[in-house]
Write a protein that binds this ligand. Sequence first.
Ligand SMILES: [Zn+2]
Ligand SMILES: [Zn+2]
Length: 364
Amino acid sequence: MEDKDYYKILGVLRTASEEEIKKSYRRIAMQSHPDRNPGNKEAEEKFKIASEAYEVLRDPEKREIYDRYGIEGLKGTGFTGFRGFEDIFSAFGDIFEDFFGMGTSSYRQRSRSRSGADLRYDLKISFTDAAFGKETEIEIPKSTVCEICNGTGAKPGTYPTHCPNCRGTGQVTRAQGFFTISTTCNQCHGEGKVISHPCKECRGVGKVRKNKKIELKIPPGVDTGSKLRIRGEGEEGERGGPPGDLFVFLYMEPHDFFSREGDDIVCQIPISFPQAALGAEIEVPTLNGKKNIIVSKGTETGEIFRIKGEGFPKLRGYGRGDLVVQVIVKTPKNLTKRQEELLREFEEGSRKKEKEGEGWKKFF
Ligand SMILES: [Zn+2]
Ligand SMILES: [Zn+2]
């Protein structure tokens, strides 16, 4: 690193304010930005030197050291300039964002950015909510960018500096015989940066854990095992990487009376022996209130009646399942004298009839 005049490079006076320095750097960076000058070595060099100058002059601490001792003095702080574009974009990422309005070109994407992890949340819902859908709110603990330091981890007004141990590379190399061995720097854990004045809010991590409220729209027809995916509500990405997604796993609680088979709702309704024999109109509960069904004459126990469209809405496609009513014939108990008499009479009558038509006895 030869001696350069950072003020000259940025075209500002030694007394320039932070705002003036930023403005000037912005102008030079705009002109010489590698996205606008592909393959232009001269512009590339200009862009790098200006970035280096800005890196020093924007930081009051570094600027003071530079003013007093020049570049030699900065070396004592571990400052090494930038190795390449990726370094520049990772250092000034947010600035380029407001320079260019959107993203910071492919360079920043490559700079060790990582997408955030997906999150999982298990949610119990009632049988009725599964049928009709529901809008609800859940709260998930989630790490979000620290608002105090904007995620840099450094106390406001200060900046992370290049790690002196690895000179900002994140890797430490040492020679062993013929070999050079690279290991992750243990001072900065491979980040290449150290924070000498950590943000008090996040203790230098750049993120804080907070409960976040998230509105959920549960569509009608969901079942145990259904998943809702809420894009972008997972953990935050790192270094400009995209956030992960939130997956809500649904569990439908059982109902006291109904059960579920696919999109059908199943229930059992007891009917009396005379109702089964003579036929009857009976009342059955549905999710939409009571409905009547006609049980035909001579209905057997276990027989099934369907009410079309009274089941769950189909999640995929149109329409709804059915309400499947299984009738169970109850054997009468605790008969009165009169009832017993009537039943005996009934039995007598039945026997006479059977003698005429029952062929099954021949098998014995
Ligand atoms: Zn913070
Ligand atoms: Zn390091």
